[in-house]
Write a protein that binds this ligand. Structure first.
Ligand SMILES: Cc1ncc(COP(=O)(O)O)c(C=O)c1O
Length: 387
């Protein structure tokens, strides 16, 4: 079996979830705020099925996915939990009536970001005779999808006249909640609040109101309303260095492999494609079967480090699709079969996605989402150990 695997600790997921719940409670002691666990993009690379099951087990109220394909697949594994689809409704190969009937059968909650979608769902829900549950998205500044906040009152009033829609929620999405400067996020929140009060005055109310992604869960308590939508913090990372570490979080994924080949090479020997590295002295080079085909970034060529038996070793030469080479030194005790930590933290080694992101000038989101499908996911859960 390929030794490269992503070890995902569901106990740490539970820990992060509980930290979030406690934080919400301490910020809003008198209110019970629901949590929509964001599990889109295969739960940020961690495996949507196992992560969703655990989130529901520990008390998540909703699951949030990006599109209808993810939602349908998830529904076959999670029969009951409410699933909110953040994406737009793109037409399928099915005829509209059959498509809407299918979505109703899977009991999904749609984001309505345009009148077209509202009309479509309303019209094609009339025959099944079941109201389609929706959350309305308002664009207060993200400029991705949603009703422009300036015209939202008129559009939402129209949606309220449709008979076959069950308007369960309304939400907006922040563009900068993770930034230290909250000016823009606060202006988005003000616009959203103004709209909500206009709607309320006109008799339009919503059982569920939400806005907060990870940055806002931690830093903008006025945005918690009665549901929040954390993603990244569930997986153990802060969305940016600007956010104060208000709650402890544990990264839940460790990307690991094993040393599978060791050779001794002379001084001035080039390693890997393109000969970007030459040994200075006679040394041992270890080869690890992980590469950019597994989500180990090519840009870590000659820059990355791995952690073996309590010590860091440098990645030398170019990362290849299936292998990286590391310099083990002149007198190495590393043996074939030794475990290698590539990303994450363990036994004092810290190769967190946040650190890698800093080095690669990207965001931790991209690092964790990059772990490829071919990498086996191994789940650690207390039940597995004890039962
Ligand atoms: C609509 C929506 N809500 C919530 C989230 C979760 O964001 P984060 O991972 O920053 O918590 C996302 C992710 O981008 C999103 O698209």
């Amino acid at each position: 079996m390929n030794p490269t695997r992503a070890e995902i600790d569901l106990n740490k997921l539970e820990f992060n979830f509980k930290q979030i719940k406690q934080h919400l409670h301490s910020e809003n002691p008198r209110r019970n705020i629901k949590v929509c666990g964001v599990v889109k993009a295969n739960a940020y690379g961690h495996g949507i099925q196992e992560i969703s099951k655990k989130l529901i087990e520990v008390g998540a109220d909703y699951l949030g996915v990006a599109n209808y394909d993810e939602a349908i697949k998830l529904r076959t594994q999670i029969p009951d939990a409410p699933i909110l689809v953040f994406g737009t409704l793109i037409h399928s190969k099915l005829k509209p009536a059959a498509y809407v009937a299918k979505l109703l059968k899977y009991n999904l909650i749609a984001t309505v970001a345009s009148l077209d979608t509202a009309k479509f769902l309303d019209y094609y829900s009339r025959k099944p005779g079941r109201k389609f549950k929706i959350h309305i998205e308002v664009d207060t500044g993200m400029k991705r999808i949603g009703f422009d906040v300036k015209r939202a009152f008129k559009n939402i009033s129209q949606i309220f006249s449709y008979k076959n829609l069950d308007i369960e929620g309304i939400f907006t999405h922040f563009a900068t909640s993770e930034s230290g400067d909250k000016t823009f996020a606060k202006s988005q929140l003000n616009k959203f609040n103004e709209l909500l009060s206009m709607l309320k005055k006109a008799g339009m109310e919503f059982p569920i109101i939400h806005a907060a992604n990870s940055g806002a869960v931690l830093d903008i308590k006025e945005s918690h309303f009665n549901m929040v939508r954390p993603g990244l913090i569930l997986y153990g990372y802060y969305p940016s260095g600007d956010i104060k570490h208000k709650i402890p979080l544990k990264p839940i994924l460790n990307l690991k492999s094993k040393v599978t080949f060791i050779k001794r090479v002379d001084a001035h020997t080039s390693i890997s494609y393109d000969r970007k590295y030459f040994t200075e002295k006679r040394t041992f080079i270890g080869s690890i079967p992980v590469g950019y085909g597994d989500g180990y970034w090519w840009s870590l060529s000659n820059r990355g480090r791995v952690y073996i038996n309590g010590k860091y070793y440098p990645v030398v030469g170019n990362v290849t699709m299936d292998w990286v080479m590391v310099n083990l030194g002149e007198r190495s005790s590393v043996k074939i079969g030794d475990d290698v930590l590539l990303m994450g933290s363990e036994n004092g080694g810290d190769l967190g996605a946040d650190k890698l992101a800093g080095m690669l000038k990207t965001i931790p989101y991209e690092i964790i989402c990059s772990v490829a499908d071919r990498v086996q996911r191994v789940y650690i859960d207390k039940c597995v150990r004890e039962c």
